[in-house]
Design a protein around this ligand. Structure first.
Ligand code: GH3
Ligand code: MG
Ligand code: MG
Length: 365
């Protein structure tokens, strides 16, 4: 269940992307288990623990590592409700620890904190119910182990064993509750991190879009021009700019109202992009002026593109307005000049188009 909660991301990750954190966590658990095996062997070597406990423990942990490695490697883990198999891994480790303690003799009580180490891996993934179920599993396993020790004969002091059990009965459920709380905090943190990322993306998008038309704004166009200029300088490729200005727009506002003027701007912003290539950059330069940046394009290509836009504008039925036309000024980047100079040439061409009667394309350079 926790898997579903924490992996429900906005952009869906691929299967291997989802498997890799699970495998990383499994490897961390496997490494910890092997460290425990080394600690058991050292204790046995020092005579603190029977060799039987160390050897059975090592065989058990290695068997579990192999079993879960096969499940992850073959993808069989994906058939489980929680493919991270955290509950299964922690549960198996708790049962094995109870068995090791059964063999541990007087060192038994000292090993009980290992239950907490195993449950620590649950903190990264599991909710309160599962953590509490694991705490109960450890308690039942420990009580059963103590019961069998008692049945096996002398060597176990019942009041010590009861005290040992009572301490665990307090510590393990408490650990489960605190662990689940930490996990909830972790999920909340990753949720708010994701929301923050989306908000940053949205703000970034708003910062480069014109509010009325949704086209790129002047700020973005100026950045795109600077990028195009530096590419042109580096590679020696041409680029062109095309300044589009709707004709007699003031009179559209005056005759049909500002709202109709706004609708004309929105419609105009929509009709241009189908005439452009994917690499062209198009946006609202200000008021009723729009700019197209045409990378890798010489004068003739830019003129043809502007002419397509002009003809389409003239042929388009704008809402609430009988006829809308546009005049275009086209200029090409001459190299080693500020972008303001090529823009000024396009503006000059535009002015010539206006004074020449409007609804036309004029190209300079
Ligand atoms: P020309 O053919 O010479 O380009 O004449 P024009 O009337 O189009 O040019 P002018 O610069 O005189 O007028 C532009 C008008 O565009 C004036 C301004 O009120 C209007 N305008 C600028 N921004 C907006 C806007 O966002 N919405 C609306 N409705 N009008 C706008
Ligand atoms: Mg204008
Ligand atoms: Mg105008």
């Amino acid at each position: 269940m926790s898997e579903v909660l924490s992996d429900a991301t906005v952009g869906l990750p691929s299967r291997s992307e989802r498997q890799s954190p699970r495998v990383a966590r499994f490897l961390m658990a496997a490494g910890t288990s092997l460290l425990v095996c080394v600690a058991l062997a050292v204790c046995a070597f020092l005579g603190l623990l029977p060799w039987r406990a160390a050897s059975d423990g090592t065989i058990g942990f290695v068997a579990l590592i192999v079993l879960f490695a096969v499940l992850f490697r073959t993808g069989l883990n994906l058939r489980f409700g929680d493919p991270s198999l955290t509950t299964e891994q922690v549960g198996a480790a708790l049962l094995l620890l109870a068995y090791i303690m059964y063999q541990a003799g007087p060192a038994r009580a000292v090993l009980t904190p290992l239950y907490l180490v195993a449950m620590l891996f649950g903190v990264l993934r599991l909710n309160a119910t599962r953590m509490m179920a694991l705490a109960l599993l450890a308690l039942v396993a420990h009580a059963t182990m103590l019961h069998f020790l008692y049945l096996r004969g002398p060597g176990i002091n019942p009041s010590n064993a009861l005290a040992e059990f009572l301490v665990l009965a307090v510590v393990l459920p408490w650990f489960a509750i605190m662990g689940a709380y930490v996990n909830r905090l972790r999920i909340r943190l990753s949720d708010s991190h994701r929301e923050l990322q989306l908000a940053v993306e949205r703000i970034g998008e708003l910062a480069i879009r014109d509010e009325l038309t949704g086209a790129y704004n002047r700020r973005y166009l100026m950045e795109a021009l600077a990028r195009e200029q530096s590419r042109a300088e580096r590679l020696g490729t041409p680029f062109a700019v095309c300044l589009l200005d709707i004709d007699h727009f003031k009179s559209i506002n005056d005759r049909f109202g500002h709202a109709t003027g706004d609708a004309v701007l929105r419609e105009f912003a929509r009709l241009v992009p189908p005439e452009l290539r994917a690499v062209d950059v198009y946006g609202r330069f200000g008021g009723e002026e729009f700019l197209i940046i045409l990378p890798g394009t010489a004068s003739a290509g830019a003129q043809a593109c502007a002419e397509r836009v002009r003809a389409k504008t003239e042929a388009t039925a704008f809402p609430g307005v009988p006829r809308v036309t546009v005049t275009a000024g086209v200029a090409t980047y001459a190299g080693k000049e500020p972008v303001s100079v090529v823009l000024a040439r396009a503006d000059k061409a535009l002015y010539e188009g206006k004074s020449g009667g409007r609804n036309r394309v004029v190209t300079i350079g």
